[in-house]
Design a protein around this ligand. Structure first.
Ligand code: PBG
Length: 337
């Protein structure tokens, strides 16, 4: 019989990677990671008033919305199967001050939204941030004393704010302000108030990043921010420090971890999942969203395909889910399949 062995068979020792890629059915069969609607957390922006949807120029397709609109949005999201929302308030400038005191107002915008959403759509999870930046007149995440964002006083305040958020119906407290000791303090405060079932998703590794620009427009802190957040966020150069920071949050009682921003920090996602095995989430932040939207709007990339590829990349990097402004788009696309 004629020997049909090729040179390549000899070179590869008869291994051919392409055999598993030859048809759609083989590719589906060997696909390692899949994105599903269960992986999505949808961040939304809140404004006071009623009946208003307000576009955010740097985030095409994303609106700020009043609480009634947020309730409608929550219903739509729940109908599509999205497990949870993350809410961010854009409050009136007149309510912002040096200490972010509105964060301690029980009926502030974020708490009104949680209460309304949980009442109308009890089966969607509500995740709330306790950082002070939406509430401060300087746009920092903590209390500013002189030139310093003071740690311990901020921790006291965010722990108290967390209790009010839980009282209002928040299911998961997500502290993003990167103060030392905040996870333990929030856990103690929640438990003391009888909120044993309220979880904590730590923004464990939040980097001092330039990718947050459009978000600061969305909550109107961009023009306020004095200086930068380098004294409390992690240096983008430091992966090992990020793992140490997450380790403290795990010891202090975090139920879930988050890496933020997402795509530029996939190595950190992988390291945290490997090191701790906790549910791990990536926040595909506003700048990541804006870049994809801008390139797609110019016809330079296929926006839908890039969106899905980036989200799948998070799954491959070990993430259990993703906070993404694309959540509704993705959920609709996945529902069509
Ligand atoms: C601050 C906060 C930030 C984001 C959410 N909460 C970052 C910042 O302004 O420093 C960013 C979210 C995004 O860019 O999508 N606590």
């Amino acid at each position: 019989m004629e020997n049909k062995t090729h040179l390549v068979d000899e070179i590869t020792g008869h291994r051919r990677m392409r055999r598993n890629r030859k048809a759609d059915w083989t590719r589906r069969l060997v696909q390692e990671n899949r994105l599903t609607v269960d992986d999505l957390i949808w961040p939304i922006f809140l404004i006071p008033g009623t009946g208003i949807l307000e576009p955010i120029p740097a985030m095409p397709g994303v609106n700020r919305m009043t609480v009634d609109k947020a309730v409608e949005a929550a219903k739509e999201a729940a109908d599509l199967g999205i497990p949870a929302l993350a809410t961010f308030p854009n409050i009136e400038m007149a309510l912002r001050d040096e200490t972010g005191s509105n964060s301690l107002e029980k009926n502030n915008l974020i708490n009104l939204a949680s209460a309304a959403i949980k009442k109308a759509v009890p089966n969607i999870g509500v995740i709330t941030d306790v950082a002070l930046d939406p509430f401060t007149s300087h746009g920092h995440d903590g209390i500013l004393r002189g030139n310093e964002i003071v740690n311990d006083e901020t921790v006291d305040q965010v722990a108290q704010a967390a209790v009010y958020q839980a009282d209002a119906g928040s299911d998961i407290i997500a502290p993003s302000e990167m103060m030392d000791g905040r996870i333990g303090a929030i856990r103690q405060a929640l438990d003391a108030a009888g909120h044993q079932n309220v979880g904590i998703m730590s923004y464990a590794t939040k980097f001092s990043s330039a990718f947050y620009g459009p978000y600061r427009e969305a909550i109107s802190t961009g023009g306020l921010l004095k200086g930068d957040k380098k004294t409390y966020y992690i240096d983008p150069a430091n992966g090992t420090e990020a793992v140490r920071d997450a380790a403290l949050d795990v010891e202090e009682g975090a139920d879930m971890l988050m890496v933020k921003p997402g795509l530029p920090y996939l190595d950190v996602c992988w390291r945290l999942k490997e090191a701790f095995g906790l549910p791990t989430f990536a926040y595909q932040v506003s700048g990541e969203y804006a870049m994809i939207k801008a390139a797609a709007a110019n016809g330079w990339i296929d926006g839908d395909k890039v969106m899905l590829e980036t989200l799948l990349a998070f799954k491959r990097a070990g993430c259990d889910g993703i906070l993404t402004y694309f959540a509704m788009d993705v959920a609709r696309q996945l529902a069509k399949k």
